[in-house]
Write a protein that binds this ligand. Structure first.
Ligand code: F6R
Length: 623
């Protein structure tokens, strides 16, 4: 949520900052802006900022290039306070115009600070919460004469979540940052240093980085990096090395990042499983800092997550309860702490977050820890806040996911969650060793089957285009239905379509349809049914066939995602998407994929922006 970049070094700051913003644009794209400190004795700030996507700012800079500079900051915004506009775009300036500041997060006491500043005669140039920090910093800088000292004093006055970066007109060698609750990493180059919300911003220049802790202030200048606490005491960040390169952050010949990331799923799932099952079939979760005894002591599991990650959690509930017989609840992270859940030392809270920075999930993790529960996080981002604050972590290895709508993060979350469920079953001796190995063999075979699904997507693309272009019929909506693990897949399919196509799409437990939502079905309404395997005379299969008949009788156009060779389903559906046979619990690894492609193609046919859907941002760092 908002991407921020700072740079000091030997290269053109505007080039480095714009390049970084391009790679961070998935975090927000309501407006973009830069502030550069002009090189030379006189210094001076040069600012340009524009509503809309980064391309607008780039076009403006091409028309009116800024003077040479080796020190600057840049911002790409996801609006919270104030509409997306030029005036609300960051950077914001102090009243004397000598300080430029950018911000990610929400300053919760901004109204009170704004009133105080206005009563001192300061006129505001925007509707943002951020501008109060710019004015406070300007005032402190006049008194302190040192940007780091001034920032330290300002942070003591701010409440909420914030990463701030600032430059001063008379200091062409320094960028100062502050971090509370929102991400900020430092990139270490040779005679050049970077500050960014995410390593993607500087990966083209260096893979050496420092992760900052909570409530830290960082100063970069041409001679290095220094870190201190909000209380002014000397402090340190944690060095790490980024293990992927710039090609991972490029489209690699695909039209969109999402299409590329969808096709990376077989590899991403294989990478997530790699090295985590030893030769004797035992699950080895090295990074998990919980002993087998800790896992044996667990008597209840809570899964907390948001959006797509929540859907991965819903699938996991079925797996954990079936494999371990431990009660498992799944809760939206944004609701969790407000309803006073019953937690104690023997509760295992599993927090699922691709970014590791989602504020709702972070706050739920903190609540769980306050209640003495153990927290295991499943995240794709090494060094991010949620894993850092958890008792244990299992990293998915999806690589960077740039498209705002999640694909490979979802499938790797499922893979990691299955490992956790099977590990629990193994250490508690709930399942026979051969039962666990049989599931593990199927899990290891999943990447090959996902690849098979991807190879067969062309008919799905054509059908999706057809549905999109005939969107006038069927009430302009698409419904998704499923039972058991097919239900969370239905929710995920609907979410993908909603976020990409801006269309009313909704997922339902198929059995619930008759309790109300079936009234949404009219002639031509596409209903996508996730059908479980028919093998073993599955009761679930029979039930969903009845649900398909119910919607067909009311005019629905039924698209079924079913197991290959499922003749009963083909006889009832208007269009069939076949997936390879799979155990019921692992089927979401396969059935989710055609729904991702359906959403991409449907939205493309409507001319939507696939990688950057309107109103969204990838990493949601506000509550
Ligand atoms: C949807 C999507 C979001 C995220 C959600 C949680 O395609 O990507 O719903 O899943 O914002 O994000 P993380 O997993 O980073 O906590």
């Amino acid at each position: 949520m908002c991407g921020i970049v700072g740079y000091v070094g030997r290269r053109s700051a505007v080039d480095v900052v714009i390049d970084g913003l391009r790679r961070l644009e998935y975090r927000g794209y309501d407006s973009a802006g830069v502030a550069l400190v002009a090189d030379g004795e006189a210094g001076g700030l040069e600012v340009d900022k524009r509503a809309g996507k980064l391309a607008n700012l780039e076009a403006a800079l091409a028309d009116h290039p800024l003077p040479e500079s080796f020190c600057g900051i840049g911002h790409t915004r996801w609006a919270t306070h104030g509409v997306p506009s030029d005036r609300n775009a960051h950077p914001h300036l102090s009243a004397d115009g000598r300080i430029a500041l950018i911000h990610n997060g929400i300053i919760e006491n901004f109204a009170q600070l704004r009133a105080e500043l206005e009563s001192d005669g300061i006129e505001f140039a925007s509707d943002t919460d951020t501008e109060v920090a710019a004015h406070l910093l300007g005032r402190e800088y006049v008194m302190e004469g040192n940007l780091t000292e001034a920032m330290t004093r300002v942070c003591s006055r701010l409440e909420g979540a914030f990463t701030l970066l600032a430059v001063a007109a008379d200091d062409p060698d320094t960028v100062v940052g502050a971090r509370r609750n929102s991400p900020l990493v430092v990139g270490l180059g040779r005679d050049e240093y970077f500050l960014a919300s995410d390593v993607a911003a500087f990966i083209a220049y260096t893979t050496d980085a420092i992760e900052l802790g909570q409530d830290q202030i960082v100063t970069i200048d041409r001679s290095g990096v220094s870190v201190r606490g909000f209380d002014g005491s000397p402090s340190e960040g944690k060095p790490f090395s980024v293990d992927w390169d710039i090609t991972a952050a490029e489209k690699g010949g695909y039209e969109t990042f999402m299409a590329k990331e969808l096709r990376e799923q077989p590899q991403a799932v294989a990478d997530t499983l790699r090295g985590r099952i030893d030769e004797s079939g035992q699950i080895v979760l090295d990074e998990v800092r919980m002993s087998d005894q800790d896992f044996r002591d667990v008597d209840k599991v809570f899964i907390i997550a948001c959006g797509t990650s929540y859907h991965a959690g819903l699938v996991t509930k079925y797996a954990i309860e079936h494999w371990t017989r431990i009660p498992c609840e799944v809760e939206l992270a944004s609701e969790f702490r407000y309803r006073d859940p019953v937690l104690d030392r023997s509760t295992l809270v599993v927090a699922i977050s691709q970014s590791g920075e989602t504020m709702d999930t972070l706050m739920a993790v903190r609540h769980a820890k306050d209640q003495k529960a153990r927290v295991l996080s499943i995240s794709n981002t090494v060094g991010s806040t949620i894993p850092r604050e958890s008792d244990a972590v299992l990293y998915t290895r999806a690589g960077i996911e740039v498209a705002v709508a999640s694909t490979k993060a979802f499938l790797t979350q499922l893979a990691a969650c299955y490992l956790v469920g099977l590990h629990l079953a193994q250490v508690r001796g709930i399942k026979y060793a051969d039962e666990v190995s049989a599931v593990l063999d199927e899990l290891v075979a999943a990447p090959g089957k996902i690849a098979q699904v991807i190879e067969g997507l062309e008919p799905v693309r054509q059908m999706a285009r057809d549905c999109a272009l005939n969107g006038g019929s069927g009430g302009g909506r698409v419904l998704f239905i499923g039972r058991h693990v097919g239900y969370p897949v239905a929710l995920e399919g609907a979410l993908k379509l909603k976020e990409l196509a801006y269309l009313h799409a909704e997922g339902f437990a198929a059995g619930e349809l008759k309790h109300g939502p079936i009234s949404l079905v009219e002639e031509g309404t596409p209903v996508i049914a996730i059908v479980p395997s028919p093998r073993g005379r599955s009761l679930l299969h029979d039930k969903i066939i009845s649900n398909i008949q119910e919607v067909k009788a009311r005019g629905a156009r039924v698209i079924a995602v079913c197991e290959e060779g499922d003749r009963i389903t083909s006889a009832h559906a208007d269009f069939v998407i076949e997936t390879p046979a799979s155990p019921t619990l692992l089927a979401p690894l396969l059935t989710a994929v055609p729904l991702q492609e359906f959403a991409i193609e449907f939205a493309t046919a409507l001319g939507r922006d696939i990688d950057q859907p309107r109103n969204l941002a990838k990493s949601v760092t506000v509550e």
